[in-house]
Write a new protein. Structure first.
Length: 117
């Protein structure tokens, strides 16, 4: 499975972005998927999770009420809608599939999100 993340960029605080993660190589419709993020010098942290069908989601407390994860299995794509962005959301965002207890089997290459205050 190859995961290609896109949609990052520079946005002002309070703005919004939508990240996409397109899978190729095989379908990911049977996989739970997630978004993580990482800033320099810090460990990668969990952001949001969606189960294989899209009817169960979970979020880090820091993004609840602002971010929404969704998926379109027909397009083999997962999305992260990010609203009311804050400077602390600045990070490289990674999508992941095949979640395990300690991480994931497949990772995208990351997309940079920069929020200016």
């Amino acid at each position: 499975v190859q995961l290609q993340a896109s949609g990052g960029g520079l946005v002002q605080a309070g703005g919004c972005l939508r990240l996409s993660c397109a899978a190729s190589g095989r379908t990911v419709s049977s996989y739970a998927m997630a978004w993580f993020r990482q800033t320099p010098g810090k460990e990668r942290e969990f952001v949001a999770y969606v189960n294989w069908s899209g009817d169960s989601t979970n979020y880090a407390d820091s993004v609840k009420g602002r971010f929404t994860i969704s998926r379109d299995n027909a397009k083999n794509t997962v999305y992260l809608q990010m609203n009311s962005l804050k400077s602390v959301d600045t990070a490289v965002y990674y999508c992941a599939a095949g979640l395990t207890g300690t991480g994931a089997s497949y990772w995208g290459q990351g997309t940079q999100v920069t929020v200016s205050s």
